[in-house]
Design a protein around this ligand. Sequence first.
Ligand code: HMG
Ligand code: MG
Length: 298
Amino acid sequence: KLPKKVVIKEVGPRDGLQNEKVQIETSDKVSFINLLSDTGLSYIEVTSFVHPKWIPQLSDAFEVMQQIKRQQDVTYAALIPNMQGLERALQVGIDEANVFMSASESHNKNNINKTIVDTYPVLNEVVRHAKQQQLTVRGYVSTVLGCPYEGDVSPQQVLDVVHRLFDMGVDEISLGDTIGVGVPNEVERLLEVLLKSYKPHQFAMHFHDTRGTAIANIIKSMEMGITIFDSAVGGLGGCPYAKGASGNVATEDVLYTLNKMGITTNVSLERLLQAAQYIEHKINRTVNSKQMAILRGE
Ligand code: HMG
Ligand code: MG
């Protein structure tokens, strides 16, 4: 029933750092990403080409992308909100363009300053241009299990956005529990609806672990056929435009669980913990993962 192999998509350098208060030096971000490139990960979301005033921490997107050592078997992706972001990204080169929007109107408005309907043409143009440049495109749908402003979000609301993004030609959709409110039976209910129209391999799950439900939700997703999961080293992360959005599920905690369950990821837990230790030192606070707490002797 469970998959033999899953793909971990590391979002620590982007989702992880975007919410950190201490401004991290560009060269430290580069070293952090280079450490991640040596763990066996096949996918790293490096940064985002959003408006620098909206996310000051990632205003060095161009320099970071330019300075990292790229490995051939790693996909280096970046978050892209609009054509201006795509143009900045294309100047330095990315492997995959990640567009994003929300299933709920008020989070969409707070996060990207547009209504859902007005967002579609913006993303459509980005997807079209990215495809012309032979990039693959990932689409994020946020607030799929709940919105910080509106509360419940129905599977139908998510399905509507998913339809539109796949119609534009995105290659994969990552479903975000932005504020970490979901529980396994809600994951099941959502995926049951989406999998009537689409195949499991078209989706990734992106769980924030605000309430400690992320690993349970990952297991439920695997039972439903999903084999791609987003996580952030050190459990870093959160969206500054979603109150209560704390860290992503920690990559090292996901790895511990999958390893012991006999599910292959090709990622070295030992090396990943080295990257976690490195960034913990730079952000000047202890990170939120069980594996790191154990390592610190707590
Ligand atoms: P806006 O102010 O509506 O943009 O922001 P605009 O198109 O009206 O342009 C205003 C000014 O911004 C113009 O400059 C543009 O040139 C400039 P001016 O003419 O006034 O001098 N501008 C830009 N500059 C640089 N790069 C750009 C860019 N775009 C416009 N790309 C916008 C709209 C989308 C840009 C803004 O709202 C924004 O950047 N939002 C990003 C917020 C964000 O990054 N949130 C976190 C990521 S999402 C997330 O974390 C969720 C996820 O993890 C999944 C989950 O957990 O659910 C993915
Ligand atoms: Mg996120």
